[in-house]
Ligand binder design. Sequence first.
Ligand code: SF4
Ligand code: ZN
Length: 343
Amino acid sequence: MPVQCSNCVQRRAVLKRPKTGHSLCKDCFFWAFEEEIHQTIVSAGLFNRGETVAIGASGGKDSTVLAHVMKVLNERYDYGLNLLLLSVDEGITGYRDDSLETVKRNQQQYELPLKIVSYEELYGWTMDAIVKQVGLKNNCTFCGVFRRQALDRGAMMLKVDKICTGHNADDVAETVLMNVLRGDIARLRRCTAISTASEGEGAIPRCKPLKYAYEKEIVLYAYFKKLDYFSTECIYSPNAYRGHARAFLKDLESIRPSSIIDVIHSGETLSVKDGVKMPVQGTCSRCGYISSQALCKSCVLLEGLNRGLPKLGIGKHHRLHGKILAQEPLTEQEEKKLKAVDF
Ligand code: SF4
Ligand code: ZN
């Protein structure tokens, strides 16, 4: 016998909400999903009327759903926001070039302006070239650090007030687990924040309107709305460690769906005991971007690439920052250590 929607009690249910277990029809699911995001936005005070907001758009399901829902809510509740799409082209042939085609279609479908910034224009390196030099082990470190800065730089070019990204509840919970596993207290404290207030010069406030949206529901929403998104994995995606955290979380979710929110909640309520040293945010002496060291991670990684010493930015080599800034050569021993022998 067909199951009735538990909300409207009129139409047939087409799905069981992964988050709540409720059987809902399509329209009631859309409404519930969008309303929860609206509640997240309103209760955290993410935006102010009149602001220009860049939506970080990769063409993937999360950012496509984010762009769609932001547009719907901006109109439905008259947020008064000026929305636009901002994409980063990492220079990954066979992956990003295709996903950017999706973003370009989204631009037309949602009638939003689009800006694409590329690693090549910003750093002089594509991910294809970086992988050739560093191999497939630490490539995501380069990519992640460069992407973060590239989004900021693109946002600055566009003079936006805020950036919003498609990080969902699963991503946040996974990051909490990763930071616990690594004992990274500073990141653990930051990673559950729904928005970063301006962290200083060179950083534009970011927020995550999908912070409480389950990945499974994002997929369902995109599917039933027939949104146009790109679902292929990056060809350079090794990230085995994160993969384990992800698999572990999925296992937990299958036993108890609230696990995802529970992990986020744990991350949010953890407090750091007195006396734990936290990094102090300053600015990079080379590019002016936020950094807790003399040089930001991005400048160190780039220096390593340009000098053919890719390990320079992997691990901690803070004591070399002075030499790099003074453009002094490294000793033979230092060079040997930083070459990519066992990379
Ligand atoms: Fe970049 Fe790694 Fe993500 Fe690929 S998987 S886009 S290399 S961070
Ligand atoms: Zn820098």
